[in-house]
Design a protein around this ligand. Structure first.
Ligand code: HEM
Length: 459
């Protein structure tokens, strides 16, 4: 019996699912997962396309092949719902997009999608560039910067400037910023442990509960002030307040708060971490850096980037794509809502599934020398044989990241704004390691900043 689902595990289906190596008696793969989560998820493909992983007595299937990932997310996507990892996040995300499935999810997605349309995002471009230019504008030549923290602040600044354009929104940003690190760390830990662990009155649980409550209060205050003013300010929150479903029904304050919390948790640290990895990779790959700087100089000259510059920056686009291949979300889940198939395997209703974009992206079958930062692997002639489910930094199908274009625009403009003026150098002797939370971020990233043009011309 699978205690996660209350159903029997089909360990002996028509085609038995291969077990992952390295299970401990009683504990299963928990020790391997705790010791080195990224190595563990990347090792699974050697056991098969669908692999049984055990968390103590709990059995789940891990998808390790792009074709099976494509079935899970797209072609058979309707046979699966969010799964355990996301359901356990409900107490903090509420009923936002991340935690809902099926009909409820489709209704919400239809209501929220207009806020992320291309023309809307182009309208946020000036705020994105403005945030990057003004935050990096205070750097001094030779200064040492904690770049990971800086980029998290930048990402927060961009999301809050585009979510709520008012002063009260700016004040809420500081409260959101204080709560986020505690939340993103706690969310994954709580999702993996049994529910009762979260109610033990120990300091990490208390800190987590307080952070949830602070975040909610901060957002409730902004929503209340927007409702009172009643004006469309052209920002994301105004869109949420104006959103209507087919029957003309709007969102309640509670639903709006849940969506804003979801955007904050799903959108800020993910983008901050991806940007941090980008500058880490750039500093380690001088030829890539040289080509990127040349492209920026040719296209932009002396001025900040705009949304309509993006098509003229194809090398930067490939660098962003390659960075998200090497540095992406490491673990996501689904659950079968009915009996179905994945590859050659029968999947009973209730089966819990996990998949890892991180692991799929490091598979040498589709990405030769997979750990090499090689933006040109995305040239059309070289990328044409990459199968659809092999590159999924934003997942795929109905639950594909709604913030995908927002994040790509934000990252491209932030990188262009910073790199047109500054060359970032690593601090010698500092070892940068990945840390797995809900995302994968660098443990630290101190860098020194050096002007690429006379300081007087950096604006
Ligand atoms: C580099 C940045 C980002 C990455 C790598 C990323 C990645 C992802 C992934 C992998 C998923 C799918 C989870 C699943 O399969 O179940 C997702 C969903 C989601 N993301 Fe992002 N995300 C990023 C930025 C953003 C931003 C900026 C926002 C909002 C402003 C956002 C909001 C969301 C939401 C609301 C969902 C749930 C979508 C749904 O289920 O309909 N994300 N993201």
């Amino acid at each position: 019996m699978n205690p996660w689902t209350g159903t029997r595990n089909s360990r002996r289906g028509p085609l038995a699912v291969a077990p992952a190596a390295g299970a401990w008696p009683g504990l299963g793969h928990i020790p391997a997962l705790l010791r080195s989560p990224l190595d563990f998820v990347t090792s699974l493909a050697s056991a098969g396309d669908l692999v049984e992983v055990r968390f103590g007595p709990l059995a789940v299937y891990a998808v390790t092949h792009p074709d099976v990932a494509q079935q899970l997310l797209v072609t058979r996507g309707r046979d699966f719902e969010r799964g355990r990892l996301f359901e356990k996040m409900k107490p903090f995300f509420g009923d936002g997009l991340v935690t809902s499935s099926g009909r409820v999810h489709r209704r919400q997605r239809r209501m929220l999608q207009p806020a992320f349309h291309a023309e809307r995002i182009a309208g946020y471009a000036d705020a994105m560039t403005g945030a990057a230019e003004s935050l990096a504008g205070v750097w001094r030549p030779g200064q040492r910067v904690a770049l990971d923290r800086f980029l998290n602040e930048l990402s927060l600044d961009i999301v809050t400037r585009t979510l709520f354009s008012t002063d009260i929104g700016v004040r809420a940003a500081a409260r959101i910023q204080a709560a986020l690190p505690v939340l993103s760390q706690g969310v994954m830990v709580r999702a993996m442990l049994p529910d009762w662990c979260g109610s033990i009155p120990v300091p990490p649980n208390r800190r987590f509960d307080e952070a949830v409550s602070r975040l909610r209060h901060a957002i409730d205050d902004v929503v209340a002030s927007y409702r009172e003013a009643g004006a469309d300010r052209g920002d994301l929150l105004s869109m949420l307040l104006a959103a209507r479903d087919e029957d003309g029904r709007g969102l309640s304050d509670r639903q709006i708060r849940d969506h804003v919390v979801t955007f904050a948790i799903a959108g800020i640290e993910t983008t901050g971490a991806a940007l941090a990895w980008f500058f880490h990779e750039l500093a380690r790959n001088p030829e890539v850096e040289r080509r990127l700087h040349a492209e920026l100089d040719d296209t932009l000259g002396d001025r900040p980037p705009r949304a309509d510059d993006l098509p003229a920056l194809p090398f930067l686009g490939r660098c962003v794509t390659e960075n998200l291949r090497l540095h992406s979300v490491w673990l996501l889940s689904r659950r079968a809502v009915r009996a179905t198939k994945l590859g050659d395997h029968e999947i009973p209703a209730g089966t819990e599934i996990i998949y890892s974009p991180h692991a799929l992206h490091l598979d040498a079958r589709w990405f030769p020398s997979p750990r090499r930062f090689d933006p040109d692997r995305w040239l059309p002639e070289r990328s044409k044989n990459v199968p659809p489910g092999a590159y999924i930094p934003f997942s795929g199908g109905a639950h594909q990241c709604i913030g995908r274009n927002f994040a790509l625009t934000e990252m491209t403009l932030a990188i262009a704004s910073i790199s047109r003026n500054w060359r970032l150098r690593p601090v010698p002797g500092v070892r940068v390691r990945p840390v797995t939370r809900a995302d994968v971020h660098p443990n630290q990233l101190p860098m020194t900043v050096h002007p690429r043009r006379p300081a007087s011309r950096i604006r």
